[in-house]
Design a protein around this ligand. Structure first.
Ligand code: BGC
Length: 401
C-alpha cells in the first residue's frame, strides 16, 4: 500500500498499541452486574446473544497475549481492571485479585510495554448495582474509593490511567436504549448517570493525583456527524453540528480541566439527509458501521482547541475475513498523519482489538481482533494477516508497507 514516501513516517516517540477491556476478554467475571444479568432467569429482560462465559480466557492467558503484543512490535498496551474482582464487596478489596493484576502489569512491563489501564469499562460490581449503580448520588464517591485503592496498589506499574470508558455510550445503552443492564429507558435517569460518571472521573482524578503525577483521562467515543452529499437541506448541517456538539463539546466542556490528555475512541461517521441517516455503502464493517477515515481527521481537528495531548484509545472494525482490516489501519493512520501535520498533538494509536472478544449484547460473532481466538480449540490465538501488516508499521513507524 502506498502513500507519498516522505509522508508515511510518524514521530519517533509515537506510542503504538492495542486495546482490550477486562470483562470482554478475561472470562468468568462472576461478581459483575453483566454476569448476573446474563445469567438471570427474568424473562422480561432483553438478553445478550451469548453469555460471556470464559470470554477469551485472557485471565489465564495474559502472558500469551502480552507475548503477542511484543511480537506485534507495539510499545504500549491498553488493558482493563475489573472493578468487581478488586472490590467484590463494599468493604473488601481482594488481595488475591490485586496480586493477579500486579502480575499482569509486571508481565507487560517486563516486555517493555507502557501500560494504559482502564479502571471502569461498562461493568460494575453487583453490590454497586444493587445500591442503584450510577444513579446513586454516592456512586462517584464509591468509584473514587476504588480508584484510590487502584492507585495505592498499582502506582508503580501504571503509566496512564483511563478512569472511565465511553460514559455516553454506557448511559445510552443501559439507560436510553436499554439493551444493557439495568435495561432502563429513561432520559432523566440517563442524564443523571452521565453526570455521575463525570463527577466520578473528577473525584477519581483527584484521588489519583494525591498519590502520583501520572496522566489521568477518559476514553471518549466520538462519532463524526455530517450532511450527506445527497442533501440540500440546511437542517442536516445544523443537526449534524448539534449531534457532534452533544457528543463532544457538551461533554468535554464539563470535564476537560480534569483531563491530562484526551482519549479518543473513533469508529464511524453518520450522515444525514432530511434528518434521516444516509450513509455510504463503500466501506462497511461486518456490523454495518460505515468506515469513513476522514471523520477521524475531522474529529481530531475539532479536539485541537483543547490543547491537550491526544491518544486514540480505540479504533478498529469487525471483519471476520480480515480482508478490510489492513486497508482500514492504513487509511486511519494516514488521517492521523495528516492531523499531526495540521498541528494536532496526537501522541499514540491503539488498535481495537488485540484479540477477538465478547462484543457485549452482540455476543462473540463480531470479530474485532488482529488475532483470532478459537474458542473451540483451547482458546488458541491465531494472528490474522493484518496482524503482520500492523506489526511492520509499529516496528518502522511508517505506514508505507
Ligand atoms: C467499546 C468496546 C467495544 C468496541 C466495539 C467501544 O465502544 O469501548 O468495549 O467492544 O467499541 O464495539
Amino acid at each position: 500500500m502506498d502513500a507519498p514516501q516522505d509522508f508515511g513516517k510518524f514521530p519517533a516517540d509515537f506510542v503504538w498499541g492495542t486495546a482490550t477491556s477486562a470483562f470482554q476478554t478475561e472470562g468468568n467475571n462472576t461478581k459483575s452486574d453483566w454476569w448476573a444479568w446474563e445469567n438471570s432467569t427474568d424473562s422480561q429482560e432483553t438478553k445478550p446473544l451469548d453469555k460471556s462465559g470464559a470470554a477469551s480466557d485472557s485471565y489465564d492467558n495474559y502472558e500469551v497475549d502480552l507475548d503477542l503484543c511484543k511480537e506485534l512490535n507495539t510499545s504500549a498496551v491498553r488493558l482493563g481492571i475489573e472493578w468487581a474482582r478488586i472490590q467484590p464487596e463494599p468493604n473488601r478489596f481482594d488481595t488475591k485479585e490485586i496480586e493477579h493484576y500486579r502480575a499482569v502489569l509486571r508481565a507487560a512491563k517486563a516486555r517493555n510495554l507502557k501500560t494504559f489501564v482502564t479502571l471502569y469499562h461498562f461493568t460494575i460490581p453487583t453490590w454497586f448495582a444493587q445500591k442503584g449503580g450510577w444513579l446513586n448520588l454516592q456512586a462517584p464517591m464509591l468509584f473514587a474509593e476504588y480508584a484510590r485503592a487502584c492507585v495505592l496498589e498499582f502506582k508503580d506499574l501504571i503509566d496512564v490511567y483511563i478512569t472511565i470508558n465511553e460514559p455516553q455510550v454506557y448511559a445510552l445503552m443501559a439507560y436510553t436504549v436499554g439493551t444493557w443492564p439495568p435495561n432502563q429507558r429513561n432520559l432523566l435517569k440517563a442524564s443523571i448517570v452521565q453526570l455521575n460518571l463525570i463527577r466520578a472521573h473528577v473525584k477519581a482524578h483527584k484521588e489519583i493525583k494525591k498519590v502520583v503525577n501520572t496522566p489521568v483521562g477518559i476514553a471518549k467515543n466520538i462519532v463524526w456527524f455530517q450532511k450527506s452529499p445527497r442533501s440540500s437541506n440546511i437542517l442536516d448541517v445544523l443537526y449534524a453540528k448539534f449531534r457532534f456538539w452533544l457528543n463532544c463539546g457538551f461533554f468535554f466542556d464539563q470535564v476537560i480541566k480534569k483531563c491530562d490528555y484526551i482519549g479518543l475512541n473513533y469508529y464511524f461517521t453518520t450522515q444525514y439527509n432530511n434528518l434521516r441517516v444516509d450513509n455510504e455503502d463503500d466501506f462497511n464493517s461486518d456490523i454495518g458501521w460505515w468506515i469513513y477515515p476522514r471523520g477521524l481527521y475531522n474529529t481530531l481537528l475539532k479536539l485541537k482547541k483543547y490543547s491537550l495531548p491526544i491518544y486514540i484509545t480505540e479504533n478498529g472494525l469487525a471483519n471476520a475475513l480480515d480482508e478490510k482490516r489492513s486497508r482500514f489501519i492504513y487509511e486511519m493512520l494516514l488521517q492521523c498523519l495528516l492531523a499531526i501535520k495540521a498541528g494536532v498533538e496526537l501522541k499514540g494509536y491503539f488498535y481495537w482489538s488485540l484479540i477477538d472478544n465478547y462484543e457485549w449484547h452482540q455476543g462473540f460473532w463480531p470479530k474485532f481482533g488482529l488475532i483470532e481466538v478459537d474458542r473451540f480449540q483451547n482458546m488458541a490465538r491465531v494472528p490474522r494477516p493484518s496482524f503482520y501488516y500492523y506489526s511492520k508499521i509499529c516496528q518502522s513507524g511508517n505506514i508505507n508497507q
